[in-house]
Design a protein around this ligand. Structure first.
Ligand SMILES: C[S@@+](CC[C@H](N)C(=O)[O-])C[C@H]1O[C@@H](n2cnc3c(N)ncnc32)[C@H](O)[C@@H]1O
Length: 215
């Protein structure tokens, strides 16, 4: 066997093994967490790890955050994407991080402090009752959050309320999340809450859908 084909075989074996363990991890997590339950704070190390950050690294590009915008991050968890998002909206913009679990928001606050950012606002609140006025947000983004919420359409209606007319909500989902919803499911939830599809990115493994708020 040539040296190149041996290396290729080893590489494929490593990739297959990695995939196998990741799918096994997904199944174990699924068995340990009921549908519609928030991901426990003790799982922060799983949510925020280098492999996952690599997998969803384009999520913020796809969400289209712009300098000067007021952006809602619903369900930041330990804040793996919060600092990057806050830097993208810049000092003229505002990043509002809302999570139902105080333990998650405490981790976000620590990161924000360490990064020396002053444009981040944090709230412990439910997706059903966002502590924000009507039509006050330019953009919202959720990364692997919506399927954890027992009534996703109700949560999206609340996002609809706080978004300005023409505002965008961006949702990223990834296959390894134990609650992973198919694209068609996410689209049906968004349509039911008064949004229309504006952009779609990705594949079955990792997708982002951006929806525009209908008036
Ligand atoms: C799987 S974690 C994702 C964290 C982060 N977006 C990421 O991708 O790294 C989901 C987060 O959504 C939050 N969450 C779940 N249900 C929620 C609700 N009803 N209202 C607000 N936040 C919620 C959880 O507390 C958790 O921090």
């Amino acid at each position: 066997m040539k040296k190149r084909s041996i290396l290729w075989t080893i590489l494929m074996a490593v990739v297959s093994l990695l995939f196998f363990w990741l799918v096994l991890l997904k199944l174990i997590l699924k068995l340990n967490k009921g549908r519609g339950e928030p991901c426990p704070t003790s799982w922060s190390w799983i949510v925020d790890n280098p492999l996952r950050r690599w997998d969803v690294r384009y999520a913020l590009d796809r969400a289209g955050l712009r300098s000067g915008e007021t952006v809602l991050e619903l369900g930041p968890g330990p804040g793996a994407f919060t600092i990057d998002a806050a830097q993208r909206v810049g000092p003229e913009g505002r990043l509002i991080a809302v999570d139902i679990q105080p333990g998650m928001i405490a981790q976000v606050e620590e990161r924000v402090k360490a990064a020396g950012l002053t444009n981040v606002e944090t709230h412990v609140a439910s997706a059903y009752e966002l502590p924000l006025p009507d039509a006050s947000v330019d953009r919202a983004f959720l990364i692997t959050v919506l399927p954890e919420i027992p009534d996703p359409v109700r949560a999206l209606r609340e996002i609809h309320r706080v978004l300005k007319t023409g505002g965008v909500v961006s949702m990223t989902e990834e296959f390894l999340d134990p609650d992973y919803p198919r694209r068609a499911t996410t689209m049906a939830w968004a349509n039911a809450a008064g949004f229309e599809l504006a952009e779609r990115y990705g594949n079955w493994w990792n997708y982002t859908l951006n929806f525009r708020r209908k008036p």
